[in-house]
Design a protein around this ligand. Structure first.
Ligand SMILES: CC(C)(COP(=O)(O)OP(=O)(O)OC[C@H]1O[C@@H](n2cnc3c(N)ncnc32)[C@H](O)[C@@H]1OP(=O)(O)O)[C@@H](O)C(=O)NCCC(=O)NCCS
Length: 176
């Protein structure tokens, strides 16, 4: 278990790409090419890319999670999200996603949406816990195994933001 105090979240930089590609390849049957991340970092003004970083006791830092959200008008589309297998189950994805959705909200997003493999119970549970609901299905969406995608929406981003602010206020009170 990783102590939360050792994890921080920040915008992705070009020098994170090697770590991001490792996580991507360990996480997805259809990994993204480096050019896709590079494009979003440098040429896609709608893309919001963040990473989760673990700081070890000797102050070494390691990128262990990443997310890419496309802000299309008032909709935040979660394009990709993954945590390194060695660091899963520590709440990193939930925190990373909450933080990036807050950024999207500050930039004008009112709603969020994503596609997820039907068999991906870990991700579906994560999204449901954040308030996403399944609204439709895209049949045979994934070309590696023809699996269906479920389309999940979070219709009112404000609710998640309010809850997150309450949680952060609570932990501040606890620490002080
Ligand atoms: C899905 C993924 C991002 C979750 O990352 P994570 O950091 O381990 O998730 P968290 O620890 O923040 O989990 C938050 C909640 O999600 C749910 N969850 C996470 N992993 C789960 C699992 N293996 N089984 C069931 N529920 C799970 C739980 O409800 C969990 O809350 P809890 O810890 O209070 O029970 C990670 O498993 C991953 O990178 N998978 C491969 C890539 C992927 O599928 N990305 C999503 C594409 S749509």
């Amino acid at each position: 278990m990783i102590e939360n105090s050792h994890i921080s979240f920040r915008e992705m930089r070009k020098d994170d790409l090697d770590s991001v590609l490792v996580i991507d390849r360990l996480s997805f049957p259809l990994p993204w090419p480096e050019s896709a991340y590079r494009h979003d970092l440098t040429n896609n003004s709608t893309a919001i890319l963040w990473v989760a970083e673990v700081l070890s006791e000797d102050q070494d830092s390691k990128v262990v999670g990443m997310v890419d959200v496309w802000l299309i008008q008032e909709e935040a589309h979660i394009a990709t999200l993954a945590v390194h297998p060695d660091y899963r189950g520590n709440g990193i994805a939930a925190d990373l996603l909450s933080k990036v959705l807050f950024e999207a909200y500050k930039l004008g997003a009112q709603r969020a949406m994503l596609e997820v493999r039907e068999s991906n119970l870990a991700a579906r549970t994560l999204y449901e816990e954040l308030g996403f609901v399944t609204v439709s299905r895209r049949r045979r969406y994934y070309r590696d195994n023809n699996e269906d995608a479920l389309l999940m929406n979070l219709d009112n981003l404000q609710v998640l933001i309010d809850e997150d602010v309450e949680l952060q206020k609570g932990s501040k009170d606890f620490l002080s």
